[in-house]
Design a protein around this ligand. Structure first.
Ligand code: CTP
Length: 402
């Protein structure tokens, strides 16, 4: 069940360059379970193709008061559209559309729906920085807020004009989060801070070589996305990986070595509610890092390895009220070893995965997990996507942490 299951969202697109992001917004809303229909202003069609929006939303896209069916015009009923919608989301809302809405003008279908809709209305403005700052636009946004509309903030950054500043439309995920928040005021992890370590660490041998492992970071990123979708603010400390996230509630801190990961974790850990060690941290590092590339010779060489800091064990020792979860990747005596690890590192729970299970492990996108809680309750899950595993893990955390 998505966080927007059963919610009808009418997306209104007006004619600004940010409209090129609308297909992503439609996907984001649908991914969360909502039904989406789209109305566009005629000029929005210059920026994004109605066919793309109709294909993604699986509904016809409307942009005028009438359509042609055989040789009879058919009225596109703006009243019906407004009644169908549980929320009308206008994104992007251009300066022109904001001004028309503030003044009650009605020269296109989007504006007619706006004037007749009784549902909550979200507005995501998008314009250039000077336009955004202009008192007329600021006044229009104030007026629209005073009518009870939810005017979303804008992003700051690179603008289509080439200038830098405040006025960019929020990213699709961030817009969807505002709608999700509205329909889910009691998200289970709302206002919680979650720290997740992910990926491998690389321990330098010389300037070009390192000791690493095959971890992909996929499990840690899946955990971060699920936590953020449940309302949490996530700090994701991750080693070298190709995984990416655009989620507005996930702050990524990229590191390379175990020591760098430890430094980030030490700083953030006291302020979080939940911490998860999903990283495959190198257990050993070279005692000395060669200053220059080690040259090939015809003799054996050896590298003296010393232990790295056990980051999870540090969190266990310094635990206050955090719920602390670790991972155990085992190849033999799985349950016994995992329970021993849970106790040794003072954890509240540990997720066991065995490399003996086909479809589980580092670089695949599925996993098979067993969740062991410190009260010794054990729950085994079927092989499933890493996102499915992450959802099951947070179900367990929420159950045991409340
Ligand atoms: N871990 C960590 N810092 C380390 C080593 C491990 O934070 N230096 C964390 C991992 O993120 C994982 C848990 O500890 O959550 C267990 O990692 P694992 O490699 O399975 O166990 P180890 O403690 O390293 O023990 P062993 O390798 O002997 O099984």
């Amino acid at each position: 069940m998505g966080l927007l299951s059963g919610v009808n969202i009418l997306l209104g697109i007006s004619g600004g360059i940010a409209a090129y992001k609308s297909p992503l917004l439609v996907r984001e809303l649908i991914k969360n379970g909502s039904e989406v229909r789209v109305v566009m202003t005629p000029s929005a069609k210059d920026f994004v193709a109605p066919l793309a929006l109709a294909t993604l939303s699986k509904n016809p896209v409307l942009s005028s008061f009438t359509s042609t069916d055989l040789d009879n015009p058919v009225w596109n009923d703006h009243v019906e559209l407004g009644l169908w919608a549980d929320v009308f989301l206008i994104a992007p809302a251009t300066s022109n559309t904001l001004s028309a809405m503030a003044q009650g003008r009605c020269n296109n279908l989007l504006l007619a729906v706006y004037l007749s809709a009784k549902c909550p209305i979200f507005i995501a403005p998008a314009m250039d920085l000077d336009m955004f700052a202009h008192p007329s636009n600021q006044k229009n946004m104030e007026t629209l807020s005073s009518f009870g509309n939810k005017v979303l903030p804008v992003d700051e950054g690179f603008l289509a004009s080439g200038l830098q500043g405040k006025g960019r439309m929020l990213e699709p995920k961030a817009i969807a989060m505002h709608v999700i928040d509205f329909f889910n005021p009691t998200l289970p992890l709302k206002d919680k801070r979650v720290l997740i370590t992910a990926g491998p660490t690389y321990e330098a041998i010389d300037p070009v070589r390192f000791i690493g492992n095959h971890a992909s970071g996929k499990m840690g990123f899946a955990l971060a996305e699920v936590a953020a979708n449940l309302g949490a603010k996530v700090i994701l400390v991750c080693g070298p990986t190709t995984e990416k996230t655009q989620h507005p509630q996930i702050q990524v801190k990229s590191i390379v070595s175990a020591m760098e990961m430890f430094e980030e974790v030490k700083e953030v850990y006291p302020s979080v509610d939940i911490a998860i060690g999903a990283a495959a941290v190198a257990d050993y590092k070279p005692e000395l890092v060669a200053e220059h590339k080690i040259k090939k010779k015809n003799n054996n060489i050896s590298i003296n390895l010393v232990p790295t800091q056990d980051i999870l064990a540090y969190m266990g020792t310094h635990k206050k009220n955090q719920y602390l979860l670790g991972f155990a990747l085992e190849t033999e005596n799985e349950l016994v070893n995992a329970i021993e690890k849970l106790q040794r590192k003072n954890l509240d729970g540990i997720v066991l995965n065995s490399l003996q299970d086909p479809g589980a492990g580092f670089s695949v996108s599925t996993n098979k997990i067993t969740y062991i809680h410190s009260n010794k309750s054990i729950q085994t899950f079927q092989i499933q996507s890493k996102t499915g595993c992450a959802e099951a893990i947070f179900d367990q955390i929420i159950k045991h942490d409340s």
